[in-house]
Design a protein around this ligand. Structure first.
Ligand SMILES: Nc1ncnc2c1ncn2[C@@H]1O[C@H](COP(=O)(O)OP(=O)(O)OP(=O)(O)O)[C@@H](O)[C@H]1O
Length: 619
């Protein structure tokens, strides 16, 4: 058995006291003397002020840095956004802006703008200069030098006196240092035998284009000459070349292989032949006198054998009259060179540049070794061609007699509505209006043949000419018509440019050409050199309304009678308001550039990229 546990008794004691040491008392503050305390406070205050300044500056700096950071960040964001913006978005914006602006414009303003855009696109063509000159950036700044001086009394004239002469002859001149007009061949210093010869041909006084054009060309200036059909442009550009050739020959006679001094380019073989014959007569008149040397002229056209003219090539050569294709051929074969050629004239220049000859002209220019005097002449020269040509000429002078593309006022224009099926029969009746010679124009080669056949059947002495005829047939037609052996010549429109037949009484336009310029050239075969003539034009349902509108305006401009069916044709542009200006591409008054038939035709031709003629010098 176990013993019970013993519980020891506990003694209750009071808790032991907690002792604290003196220095552990919180409230204890050592004693600091007053002076020392004041100094300490002062020091504290001073140091606090300086720190506050520092803090403030620091804070400001930090704030500035923060702002800079934010700006940089914003710029980064903007840059990123800019990069992310697609071209499409920009295009949309431009489009939107344009749409808003367009909404504010009138229809006329919109059309004007569209026209300007098309014109700018056309104007962006390469300058008319040789490839070499373009590549080398050769640009002539000063006109060619000339030894010709106007007589003293002309030099002494005041500008006001010159202006009065221009006004009197309805001549508009543009350009720098315009040479003075002279209204007398002798005062122009044209050699006496030539003046006498011209007189014998009833050419006694210069026509307006001659009195300004000849002095301009004599002065060595590049020029654009615009004047009515039959107003004597041929003499205006041939005479200066003849004078230049005389001067060169007198200085040092030409021997074989030398020359030519100048070249005249024409768009058709017939026109080149006619100009060549003119040059031959004028140079022969000089030589006949015995005081002047013989000048040699070469006709350079397709369809003829150049062998026949080898006698000319065997001598020094002064003047070449050419169509572009054959000229390029001769230059490439080095039958002659343009090393000393100083004069380049283009007759019917608007056609030369427009009718697919532009590249040929550039090619021809590449054969020139130095600066030349360039002259462009035509009865029709739309603004577009003038502007284009101006950039290629050196300080050009523009000599303009009447509106470019206006009809000759000496032609009485009659427009008749004739049904298609009635045309042939009515033609016979129409032929009775005047005595021969008469020219009938048709746009279509087959129609030309049909008309000739019909007339022959009816006993009318008629010849026909168009681009598909052989050179012999073409020459025969021209010769027999010119000599008076044949009364009527039926021709395709292309035969119209520049041909000068004696006293054509009546021009009948069997089918109205689409381009009003062609009409102007066709009616211009009559009413030449101051005489009057009649032009009868057949129109009907097949004639495009726009062509009729061009015709209407042309008749109005020339003060001619406008038949009721033409009067009733409304101009859609008139309804839109705005100025009715001539089309800058073709000069037609009845339409704008956006619906110009000539431009359409050019574009179609360019797309088909085929040439007008196989020999480049024919029609
Ligand atoms: N000063 C003049 N006085 C009278 N007749 C002239 C004069 N000058 C030229 N002629 C004659 O006028 C006719 C027409 O001249 P030319 O063929 O040079 O005209 P054009 O202006 O070239 O016409 P187109 O634009 O149709 O080619 C010619 O028969 C020419 O002999």
């Amino acid at each position: 058995m176990s013993e019970p546990a013993y519980k020891r008794p506990r003694i209750q004691r009071s808790p032991s006291p907690v002792y604290k040491l003196d220095d552990e008392d919180d409230s204890y503050e050592p004693y600091v003397p007053v002076a020392q305390r004041r100094q300490a406070k002062l020091a504290k205050l001073t140091s606090w002020g300086a720190n506050a300044e520092k803090d403030k500056a620091k804070r400001l700096q930090e704030e500035q840095e923060e702002r800079d950071d934010e700006e940089r960040e914003e710029e980064r964001r903007r840059e990123k956004a800019r990069k992310e913006r697609t071209l499409l978005m920009e295009a949309q914006e431009v489009h939107h802006r344009k749409a808003t602006e367009d909404a504010k414009k009138t229809a006329a303003e919109k059309e004007e703008e569209a026209d300007a855009e098309i014109l700018a696109a056309i104007a962006a063509r390469r300058k008319l200069a040789s490839d070499l000159e373009l590549a080398k950036g050769v640009q002539y700044m000063e006109p060619m030098k000339s030894s010709w001086r106007p007589p003293k009394f002309v030099r002494d004239r005041t500008p006001e006196e010159n202006r009065r002469i221009w006004e009197k002859h309805h001549i508009i001149v543009e350009g720098e240092d315009i040479p003075p007009p002279i209204d007398n061949f002798t005062d122009m210093k044209v050699p006496d035998p030539l003046v006498k010869f011209l007189k014998s041909k009833r050419i006694t006084k210069p026509t307006p284009i001659q009195l300004q054009g000849i002095t301009t060309a004599f002065s060595g200036r590049d020029m654009i000459g615009i004047a009515f059909t039959g107003s004597g442009k041929t003499l205006a550009f041939c005479l200066p070349l003849i004078m230049l050739a005389l001067e060169e020959e007198a200085r040092l006679p030409f021997i074989r292989g030398e020359g030519p001094v100048g070249v005249i380019l024409c768009p058709s073989r017939e026109l080149a032949t006619q100009t060549y014959e003119n040059v031959l007569t004028w140079t022969a008149a000089l030589t006949k006198d015995g005081r002047y040397p013989q000048l040699n002229t070469l006709l350079c056209i397709g369809g003829i054998s150049m062998g026949e003219q080898s006698h000319v090539l065997n001598k020094g050569l002064h003047i070449v009259v050419a169509t572009p294709g054959r000229l390029i051929d001769m230059l490439e074969k080095k039958r002659f060179t343009f090393d000393n050629c100083k004069y380049l004239c283009m007759d019917e220049a608007d056609r030369m540049i427009d009718l697919g000859f532009e590249e040929d002209v550039r090619n021809i220019m590449s054969f020139f070794k130095r600066q030349r005097q360039t002259l462009l002449f035509s009865a029709t020269m739309p603004r577009k061609i003038q502007d284009f040509a101006q950039q290629s000429l050196v300080k050009p002078v523009l000599v303009n007699v009447g509106r470019a593309g206006a009809a000759n006022l000496d032609v009485l224009q009659v427009v008749e509505y004739v049904k298609q099926e009635a045309k042939m029969v009515y033609l016979l009746e129409c032929l009775q209006k005047t005595p021969p010679p008469v020219i009938i124009f048709s746009e279509n080669k087959n129609e030309v043949d049909d008309i000739q056949e019909y007339l022959l059947l009816k006993g009318v002495e008629a010849v026909a000419i168009h681009g598909s005829k052989s050179q012999e047939e073409r020459q025969y037609a021209i010769k027999s018509f010119k000599s008076g052996a044949k009364d009527v010549m039926v021709a395709s429109g292309v035969a119209s440019k520049g041909l000068d037949f004696n006293d054509i009484q009546h021009v009948i336009i069997f089918s109205m050409p689409k381009e009003i310029e062609d009409y102007v050239h066709q009616i211009g075969r009559t009413g030449r050199s101051g005489k009057t003539g009649i032009a009868t034009t057949f129109v009907n349902m097949n004639t495009p309304e726009q062509t009729l509108l061009d015709l209407k305006y042309l008749l109005m401009e020339a003060g001619q009678k406008v038949p009721p069916f033409l009067q009733s044709i409304e101009d859609p542009r008139a309804a839109q308001g705005g100025m009715l200006k001539g089309c800058p591409v073709c000069g037609g008054l009845g339409h704008g550039i956006s619906n110009c038939p000539k431009l359409e035709d050019t574009q179609r031709r360019q797309m088909a990229s085929h040439r007008i003629s196989d020999d480049r010098g024919g029609y």
